[in-house]
Design a protein around this ligand. Structure first.
Ligand code: GDP
Ligand code: IMO
Ligand code: MG
Length: 428
């Protein structure tokens, strides 16, 4: 089983960090292929809790080589502070590999992210303010700065000047902000260059060789399917491709090399930031999911919007990612409800719709059609096998599996590494 992708099947925060960490002990490489420090992946090991933003969750498994692929956008200040934070806690980070082709988030990208959001006002996306969108925009506009540019001072100067020529006009004339001094940015970036150098590598070559040698490579997605810039709820999305195809472009590995694609799926639904969310709850059930599930953003500290499970979205995630398996997380959070509503289809303009509508306007009008499933009251957090779950919890999982279009191969019953029911091994 040389290469697997693990990605979010909903709007992010499904529990990807925990799932990646769980597999990390058995894989050789864990690779981030898109996004940046907009991600917040929580890993709980014993009594220690880690929040990873830019680094792959495999960094906590000693045998595993963590890789930041070419498709990731890297804020060098964040990278160094995350590394030193882990070093202070005794984590060895020396094996990290960073693609020389990854693009750098600079202070002008975070500035543009924040002023753009302010300018949008009511229409804002609710970004994490980490400079993600503007950095990807520069990449596509061919005015981005890459990790490798840190090692050619004259190229770096030319590129920063070229990028700022245009941006400073916008900042000054449109947003009424002071222009940013290119020389200062260059100095700051050069200040990171030597510290980052030991990690910089030809990650595409290393990963392809590893797969050819039968090593196990796990691609860890950030964000989620519905936040994908192509397949998500555009424009309320992030600026990268968290979907499975993103692993190929974001790491330089061909689709023929990938054997398994695992969708991480929460037993209910959450979303941070603006945008449509058909099963969102505004009542005491929503508040209960938020409180019991600890649904507060790891990156921005914002409360997450909460709602019931949406099978239309799960089916869509199966389709656009070619999912082979689901990892269902946070089933324990649903303990105590007498009945649990599950959205099986939408009603749009009086018609029943089974698949996610491609039209944004239709999706904004989608009303959930619920089926009620019986709940359970027993504590499930100690369950180790599927048969140890209460009958109604088993039936809930089976119903979700049936509706979602791929087998549920693992179930999370708590945040810890060992609070997991494994049904089918992901690595066989
Ligand atoms: P990610 O961004 O997909 O890695 O997810 P986050 O870390 O942002 O949010 C998931 C939260 O749920 C974290 O606080 C995890 O520790 C927690 N978590 C993950 N799996 C489970 C589970 O099965 N049960 C419970 N109760 N918590 C979980
Ligand atoms: P993980 O990896 C949940 C959301 C933001 C905003 C939109 C665009 O922890 O699941 P951006 O800063 O990326 O331009 O913001 O995407 N968003 C996330 N929501 N989990 C994440 O990451 C997210 N990363 C970005 O809230 O709505
Ligand atoms: Mg998160």
């Amino acid at each position: 089983m040389p290469a697997l992708v693990l990605l979010g099947a909903q709007w992010g925060d499904e529990g990807k960090g925990k799932a990646t960490d769980l597999l990390g002990g058995s894989v050789d490489y864990v690779v981030r292929y898109q996004g940046g420090n907009n991600a917040g992946h929580t890993v709980v090991v014993g009594d220690q809790k880690y929040a990873l933003h830019l680094l792959p969750s495999g960094i906590l498994s000693p045998g595993c080589t963590p890789v930041i692929g070419n498709g990731v956008v890297v804020d060098p200040a964040v990278l160094l502070s995350e590394l030193s934070g882990l070093n202070e806690r005794g984590v060895d980070t020396s094996k990290l590999l960073l693609s020389g082709n990854a693009h750098l988030i600079t202070p002008y990208h975070t500035t543009v992210d924040k002023v753009t959001e302010r300018f949008l006002g009511k229409r804002k996306i609710g970004t994490t303010g980490r400079g993600i969108g503007p950095t990807y925009a520069d990449k596509i506009n061919r005015v981005g700065i890459r990790v490798q540019d840190l090692y050619d001072e004259s190229i770096l100067e030319q590129k920063v000047e070229a990028a700022l020529d245009f941006k400073n006009q916008i900042l000054a004339k449109l947003y009424n902000r002071r222009a940013i001094d290119a020389a200062k940015i260059v100095d700051e970036l050069l200040g990171y260059a030597e510290q980052i150098k030991p990690y910089v590598a030809d990650t595409t070559l290393i990963l392809n060789n590893a797969i050819d040698e039968g090593k196990v490579v796990l691609f860890e997605g950030g964000q989620g399917t519905l936040l994908d810039v192509d397949h998500g709820t555009y424009p309320f999305v992030t600026s990268s491709n968290p979907t499975a195809g993103g692993a190929c472009t974001g790491a330089g590995v061909g689709p023929t090399k990938i054997n398994r694609v695992i969708g991480i799926l929460k037993a209910y639904t959450t979303r941070v930031g603006a945008g449509p969310f058909p099963t969102e709850l505004f009542d005491k059930d929503g508040e209960a999911l938020r409180t019991i599930g600890g649904e507060r953003g790891v990156t921005t500290g914002r409360d997450r919007r909460c709602g019931w499970f949406d099978a239309v979205i799960a089916r869509y995630a199966t389709r656009v990612n070619g999912l082979t398996d689901f990892f269902l997380t946070k089933l324990d959070v649903l303990t105590g409800w007498e009945q649990i509503p599950v959205c099986v289809a939408y009603e749009i303009d009086g018609k029943r719709v089974e698949e996610l509508p491609y039209s944004q306007s239709d999706f904004h009008h989608a009303k959930p059609i619920y089926e009620m499933l019986p709940g359970w009251t027993e504590d499930i957090s100690k369950a180790k096998t599927f048969s140890e779950l209460p009958k109604n919890a088993q039936a809930y999982v089976k119903a979700l599996e049936e509706m979602s279009g791929a087998p549920i191969s693992a179930i999370g019953v708590g945040p810890g590494r060992d609070e997991t029911i494994e049904i089918n091994s992901f690595l066989s």
